[in-house]
Design a binder for this molecule. Structure first.
Ligand code: PHE
Length: 344
């Protein structure tokens, strides 16, 4: 091959005349003039064969050949990139519907529980959360439930590990014992959480459900305080005109004890069914903390008294959201769960 100056001139022309219309063309151009086996490379090797007086000039020419190729490459690349970008933008169809955004929603039980918590936090109750796996003492003994009490029956309680010492708490009242043995009065807490009972699952009852416990211990706490607090709750939850009634009842850990119903009426088919035709929906157990429970937990009953209540969450959620079967709350079918708004 003859490495003459005409030869350089020829390659220079090729570089400038090379037709580059696409990124494929550009890649061919790169391989030819800038790749590892490009056509300029051998020209460098030929410098040694050039007569001495022309070496410098020749070398400069070959170098400029290389930079001309590089410059052309960069220019065309920038141009192609820009064209591609504006084409992509032009091709965008801004009228297409957007990707649907799957928003999560709160579980109706959570919505209900948070609402209950909000209502009591407004009047100074603090949230206390405790374990679901409890020992016999906190769930039963401290709560004045004697060994032979029917509530301890194997039918109701899930015991763990073949022992009768550990169990899944059957009510949030176990949190009362946890709090009273670790905090000094005044105590004013609500304890939301899940509880377990070995019950047959049906449309109305489940082996797991949620309760919110309330406990207030201070000097001179009376039944009137309890009643007023519960009336406040009912009005906040069921409206300004809500009516409540307290029926005498029995719990081992409260004396006196009562059950509280709210008035839903019987006007609609739904409320008639939910209240079994009475108009009243039973939502919680309550009472004055039995002095023996205070003693069990190391609190002086001569100085302090208190009230406690424990309400079911599911039944209130079913009412509020017009759900006919408690089992739906535990199946976690997204089609069902999506329906509930957090605004109640
Ligand atoms: N623990 C009781 C229950 O599960 C409810 C309750 C709580 C009653 C506090 C009185 C006081 O039924």
């Amino acid at each position: 091959m003859n490495f003459s100056f005409e030869n350089l001139e020829e390659i220079f022309k090729q570089i400038n005349a090379y037709e580059i219309k696409s990124s494929d063309d550009l890649e061919q151009f790169r391989i030819k003039f800038l790749g590892t086996k490009n056509v300029i490379k051998p020209l460098f090797g030929a410098i040694k064969d050039i007569p001495n007086d022309q070496k410098k000039n020749y070398g400069q020419e070959v170098n400029s050949l290389k930079s001309v190729a590089e410059t052309r490459y960069e220019e065309v690349k920038t141009h192609l990139d820009a064209t591609q970008k504006s084409k992509a933008i032009a091709d965008l169809d801004l009228t297409l519907p957007g990707e649907p955004l799957n928003m999560g929603s709160q579980h109706p039980v959570s919505i209900m529980m948070n609402k209950i918590i909000d209502i009591f936090e407004k009047i100074g109750f603090a949230v206390a959360e405790e374990r679901e796996i409890e020992d016999d003492w906190h769930n039963f003994s401290a709560m004045n439930t004697p060994e032979d009490h029917p509530a301890r029956d194997m039918q109701d309680t899930f015991y763990l590990m073949d022992s009768t010492k550990y169990l899944l708490r059957t009510h949030t009242s176990s949190v009362q014992a946890r709090v009273m043995t670790t905090q000094k009065p005044p105590i004013r807490i609500i304890a939301p959480g899940r509880v377990y009972r070995n019950e047959t699952i049906s449309a109305r009852s489940h082996c797991q459900f949620h309760q919110v416990e309330g406990l207030y211990i201070d000097e001179k706490v009376s039944f009137a305080d309890l009643k007023q607090t519960l009336l406040y709750f009912a009005k906040e939850m069921y409206g300004e005109n809500a009516k409540i009634r307290l029926r005498p009842s029995y719990f081992p850990f409260t004396e006196p004890s009562a059950e509280m119903d709210v008035w839903l009426g019987t006007e609609t088919e739904k409320t008639y069914r939910l209240t079994k035709g009475t108009g009243w929906l039973e939502i919680m157990g309550c009472g004055m903390v039995d002095p023996q429970v205070l003693v069990n937990c190391g609190i002086d009953p001569e100085k302090y008294s208190g009230y406690a209540f424990g309400m079911g969450v599911e039944r209130q959620a079913l009412t509020k959201f017009d759900i006919g079967d408690i089992r739906l709350l535990f199946e976690n079918d997204v089609r069902f769960l999506k329906q509930f708004s957090t605004v109640i």
